[in-house]
Design a protein around this ligand. Structure first.
Ligand SMILES: Cc1ncc(COP(=O)(O)O)c(C=O)c1O
Length: 424
């Protein structure tokens, strides 16, 4: 009797397991079907990925270490940890139209991108977004040119003078002048400009020396473009929600996604914003929607990391990045102090409204000066020692100072520190 009952239970149990297994298999097949049908996935999933390029070659203890460019690869570990929370899949049939949102102020801005940018600024508190138009560009480099176009020419029809205090970001002169435009022209160091009309580029924190900047020119008809590529908590205390006429930002330096080539501008004046849109239409007929969707997902992951996830550094980009930058700066400062031949600008610090404590600034570049007798051309001296940097003349100053990227991989930074330590 007992044996018959046990046998019956076993059969019933096996039956239930069989039904559950069959439901599970059918569900899995249905999910696969839906993924293939609506998201373009293949049986193996291979069609969802393409082989990406690898960026710069890896550094070895003997190779040249290239810290000329500010290639922000140091956040890779963080994004690997974030995993699928920052992944997007774009089926072949999506984002095909030129247009994003015909009812919006700017027809090629993806609404999801705009929403996440505004959310991010509210979270960090580094810029006012209410009352501002948001424009998107292929990097902030394109928006910089759109802004020059919108603010030029001068009232008398002559080319607008474009200035910035030395040391200024080395791309400003070349990007301003490369088309030899009749609308504007590079006019050099803002400290020595004494005309009536100009556009001043205010980069803060400043590339290359990390200084905090305000407008310097007292021109009668002065206009400003604020380049806030580095006004993020990993680089500087956030001291105010900035509210200037034109403010430029970029994912390149905020999250490290330079390859996405996406920047944004917050623009107060409607007419100026419309002229900037005109430039972007003429220049590239809008901006990649694919990049905007990716950037939206990245920025969403940053905001979610603070607003919706457990408070750990693995979820909090700015905390991760700030700690890494601080570690690098402390190693570099110790190495430079021990060298006896180099010096760096003094460390700045202040109360950060985002971190809610006093924090030190960690600029994206080291502005390294050499005091060794006989070294007049520091870029050349470091190149002989297999360290590529960018020399002072490109920033409008002397040759005994160079800009060194602090944003590269851990391996490159380690090799750099060891080489500087060996120079006496
Ligand atoms: C001060 C500054 N502004 C703008 C840019 C360009 O950024 P994007 O990659 O968005 O064109 C850089 C890049 O190094 C920069 O240092």
């Amino acid at each position: 009797m007992a044996a018959r009952e046990t046998g019956g239970m076993a059969v019933r149990c096996a039956g239930r397991i069989g039904v559950a297994a069959s439901v599970a298999v059918n569900l899995a097949l249905l999910v696969m079907y839906i993924r293939r049908r609506y998201f373009g996935g293949s049986r193996s999933g291979e069609e969802n990925t393409v082989e990406p390029s690898k960026g710069k070659p890896p550094v070895t203890p003997d190779s040249v270490v290239n810290l000329d460019h500010g290639d922000p690869t140091m956040y890779k570990k963080f994004w690997k940890g974030i995993g699928h929370r920052a992944t997007i899949v774009i089926p072949g049939w999506q984002t095909m139209s030129y247009f994003s949102d015909l009812s919006g102020f700017c027809w090629f801005v993806e609404p999801g991108f705009e929403r996440e940018v505004r959310r991010l600024h509210r979270l960090v508190g580094n810029a006012v977004v209410e009352g501002y138009h948001l424009l998107v560009g292929t990097g902030s480099t394109q928006l910089f040119q759109a802004a020059l176009y919108a603010l030029s020419p001068a009232e008398d029809g002559k080319p607008m003078s474009v200035v910035s205090p030395a040391p200024y970001y080395s791309s400003y002169p070349s990007v301003t002048n490369y088309l030899n435009s009749g609308l504007y022209r590079w006019d050099g160091d803002a400290n020595t400009f004494d005309g009536d009309t100009c556009i001043e580029l205010v980069c803060s924190p400043n590339n290359p020396d990390g200084s905090i900047r305000k407008t310097t020119v007292k021109a009668k008809y002065g206009k400003t473009i604020h380049d806030f590529a580095y006004y993020w908590p990993q680089h500087t205390p956030i001291t105010e929600a900035a509210s200037h006429d034109i403010m430029l930002f970029t994912v390149s330096k905020c999250t490290g996604h330079a390859g996405t080539r996406l920047g944004w501008a917050l623009v107060k004046d409607t007419e100026v914003a419309q002229k900037m849109i005109k430039f972007l239409e003429l220049n590239t007929i809008g901006v990649s929607k694919d990049s905007q969707l990716r950037a939206a997902k990245i920025l969403k992951a940053v905001c979610d990391g603070y607003e919706l996830s457990p408070a750990s550094e693995a979820n909090r980009l700015f905390h991760f990045a700030q700690r890494k930058m601080a570690e690098r700066w402390s190693r570099l400062r110790a190495t430079v102090a021990a060298s006896g031949i180099f010096s760096l600008p003094n460390e700045l610090s202040g109360y950060c409204t985002f971190a809610k404590e006093i924090v030190a600034a960690n600029p994206p570049f080291a502005w390294l000066r050499c005091h060794k007798d006989g070294v007049e051309d520091l870029e050349g001296f470091l190149r002989e020692n297999k360290i590529m940097t960018r020399g002072g003349p490109k920033f409008g100053v002397d040759e005994r100072v160079v800009r060194v990227s602090m944003l590269d991989t851990d391996e490159a930074f380690d090799v750099f520190i060891n080489r500087v330590a060996s120079l006496k």
